[in-house]
Design a protein around this ligand. Structure first.
Ligand SMILES: Nc1nc2c(ncn2[C@@H]2O[C@H](COP(=O)(O)OP(=O)(O)OP(=O)(O)O)[C@@H](O)[C@H]2O)c(=O)[nH]1
Ligand SMILES: [Mg+2]
Length: 367
């Protein structure tokens, strides 16, 4: 299982590094210094050199700022990613940094325009030099003002890079429960994931995903860190798990270890299950007791063993019942109904001339 990047630790190490503005401005000024103006007279060349310095340095900085924010450009973060980031870095922190970066970009564009204009109207190498220096000075302060925002964006980008990208349109089973109860072992049984499994709490520190073929759909199976039943002072790993339950799950598989080997009592685990049921009333929650190979008991609840595979078929049936599409016709049904009409259409002239690959794709019906 992947270890979650601790934002606190990454922020501390970021403080030891030089601020991002140093590197960004170095690159911008270096690029600007490579300007080789052409012109008939020295005066023309001086003016053009000053103009190139102003425009290039500003453009390079804008490009850098855009790169820093590219992970958040359209289509943007999913609502689950937004909730994860808010839970870890604070509510609205990312948005505020993005706004400040956009404002800095606007100011730099304006600076570029006004400095270029002053160079156009000015005369003499000395005045050009003054304009360039003034522009560099303001550019430097604009970039320095967003140093903290750039560090934040880098931290968030790195944080998200270490988490799987969940497809928001695919059915998602979130496997959750107390620490050390056997969640990752079950995720391994149910999906393609190979999480880290160990006999101590908080082996899993951040979410991970595996996949399973439902026949009618591809299921995302999400492993989560353990959650202790406390209502306050949850650690970041616990918050991440709760966010996955609340924001990513189509169905939750709540894993209970009744054997005591996890170190947590049945009562505290059941209390968390009840709390979540009350908190997420419309979210289907399948509860299962695991480690049945260590001891059987009468509980009325489904019992499985991730170690021997006992009860896994039953568990799949219960999960399928929750995951199978209900109610409205799924989109595929509409496509089947529309298909005969579409196939009667005469292809137009240009379509007949299209390469075979294009035609083949058009004629392929729904599976
Ligand atoms: N006997 C037995 N042991 C199991 C079973 N499932 C898990 N275990 C053991 O329980 C311990 C914890 O398993 P994990 O799958 O890492 O539990 P987890 O809930 O993911 O733990 P955290 O990530 O720390 O929250 C490991 O030593 C597993 O080998 C089971 O069905 N039977
Ligand atoms: Mg685990």
């Amino acid at each position: 299982m992947t270890q979650g990047a601790s934002p606190r630790r990454s922020r501390a190490s970021a403080l030891r590094r030089p601020p991002p503005s140093v590197e960004i401005l170095d690159t911008a000024f270096h690029r600007a210094s490579l300007a080789t103006p052409h012109g008939q007279t020295k005066a023309e060349r001086d003016r053009l050199r000053a103009k190139l310095k102003v425009v290039r340095s500003c453009a390079t900085v804008v490009r850098h700022l855009r790169l820093e924010a590219r992970r958040f450009a359209k289509p943007g973060l999913t609502s689950f990613e937004q909730a994860l980031v808010a839970g870890t870095f604070g509510d609205g922190v990312l948005d505020r940094s993005l706004v400040r970066l956009r404002r800095a970009e606007e100011r730099i564009r304006e600076l570029s325009r006004s400095s270029e204009e002053r160079v156009r109207r000015g005369s003499g190498a000395e005045q050009f030099g003054d304009e360039v220096r003034a522009c560099y000075g303001r550019l430097s302060s604009f970039v320095r003002e967003v140093d903290r925002d750039i560090v934040l964006l880098r931290d968030v980008t790195e944080f998200l890079r270490r988490r799987p990208r969940l497809d928001p349109s695919a059915p998602t089973l979130v496997v959750a429960g107390f620490p050390n109860v056997g969640k990752s072992s079950l995720v391994q049984r149910l999906s393609s994931a190979h999480p880290r499994i160990a006999d101590y709490p908080f082996t899993t520190l951040s979410i991970a995903v595996g996949h399973a073929d439902l026949g009618f759909d591809r299921l995302q199976v999400v492993d989560t860190p353990g959650v202790l039943g406390r209502t306050h002072r949850a650690n970041l790993a616990e918050e991440e798990a709760t966010t996955a339950v609340g924001k990513a799950a189509t169905v939750v598989l709540f894993v209970i270890d009744p054997t005591g080997t996890s170190g947590y009592t049945l009562e505290e685990q059941e209390a968390l299950l009840e709390r979540w049921r009350a908190e997420f009333p419309r979210l289907p929650m399948v509860d299962v007791e695991t480690k049945v190979d260590l001891g059987r008991r009468t509980s009325g609840r489904m019992q499985v063993s991730a170690t021997t595979g006992e009860g896994i078929e039953n568990l799949w049936s219960a999960l399928r019942a929750q995951l199978e599409p209900k109610g409205e016709l799924p989109p595929i049904q509409e496509a089947v109904e529309e298909a005969p009409e579409a196939s009667q259409e005469e292809p137009s002239e240009p379509e007949l001339e299209r390469p075979p690959r294009r035609r083949a794709r058009r004629s392929r019906g729904p599976p």
